[in-house]
Ligand binder design. Structure first.
Ligand code: ATR
Length: 286
């Protein structure tokens, strides 16, 4: 039996176990995938412990993706190093190897929705681990990137690193109005009643709006639809980043259709279970 898992904090609401266990079953593999709550402080111990116990692979999520590069036990591949974040770990004979599949997942989700980024102006809201991966990947694909973040300093640091421009959120409305594609890479919208970062009148027909939040249709996506813009949620990014991780661990093509079905079923079951008036989890992790 091969052991896989996801480390993060909080982690209780991760859909990765349902998604990856469904994939292993469909592939006929004797494997299991479990979620573990691991704090930033304990990441090094947890990685070395997992290696000692013979784990085959891991995903890392909030708040561990960037921290993983700083603890000195993991060898990132050139892409994870360039992005500055690791979301996939492979325990191999060569050591503990780190990868980043978030940008791949986002890029494939956009392509499947026929949203082409080459030569288009792409506004990325956020400058955390997910924003880093997406900004780096779409820049490589020929997008013209703008980054807006609550912390302007973080926006400017990321922008400088990839050759883009960074802003704070004060200018969000005018930046959004002149962007072809808008991508929300913050956690805003995960909870019902989260205040909007962007007012609906900044959106218009001809734009595409991608929100990496996947647990509900965010107000941003509702506004995009109402404005006649193309809208895309985070489900397929979740699926494709997970499928790529599975391919790294097993060397085999992952059943993305099975993984998507497992995610959509888990989301539907969660919606049914949620008592009226209860808010979504503080932070859903992928
Ligand atoms: P992830 O790995 O998912 O990107 P993260 O590294 O914690 O997670 O990044 C979260 C992002 O959401 C950051 O860009 C954060 O902004 P700051 O850099 O200023 O902290 C953004 N974010 C979180 N809550 C926010 C809020 N209420 N309003 C605006 N931005 C928010």
């Amino acid at each position: 039996m091969k052991i896989f898992g996801i480390f993060g904090d909080p982690i209780e609401h991760s859909l990765s176990p349902a998604m990856q266990n469904a994939a292993f079953k469909a592939m006929g593999d004797e494997a299991c995938y479990h979620a573990f709550r691991v704090s930033e402080m304990r990441l090094k111990d947890a990685l070395l412990g997992a290696q000692a116990m013979g784990f085959a692979g891991l995903n890392l999520t909030v708040p561990l993706k960037e921290k993983a590069l700083l603890i000195g036990v993991l060898q990132p591949d050139p892409l994870a190093r360039a992005i500055g974040a690791v979301n996939t770990v492979h325990f191999s004979a060569q050591g503990i190897l780190g990868y980043n599949t978030d940008g791949w997942g986002a890029s494939l989700a956009l392509q499947e929705s026929r949203i082409s980024v080459r030569g288009r102006s792409v506004l990325i809201i956020g400058a955390g681990g997910a924003a880093r991966a997406i900004a780096y990947t779409l820049k490589q694909e020929g997008a013209e990137i703008l980054i807006a973040n609550r912390s302007a300093q973080r926006a400017e640091e990321l922008a400088a690193q990839i050759g883009a421009r960074g802003y704070d959120l004060c200018q969000l409305k005018s930046l959004a109005a002149r962007s072809d594609i808008i991508i929300n890479c913050t956690s805003v919208g995960m909870k019902e009643g989260d205040p909007r970062l962007l007012q609906p009148d900044a959106l218009h027909e001809g734009q595409a709006v991608f929100d990496i939040v996947y647990n509900r249709e965010t107000e941003l996506l509702q506004d995009a639809r109402a404005a006649g813009a193309v809208s895309l949620d985070g489900v397929m990014m979740l699926v494709h980043q997970g499928a790529k991780a599975l391919q790294i661990w097993t060397g085999r093509k992952a059943p993305a259709d099975v993984m998507e079905k497992a995610v959509r079923e888990a989301l539907a079951a969660r919606r049914k279970q949620k008592p009226i008036g209860m808010k979504e989890a503080d932070r859903d992790a992928i």
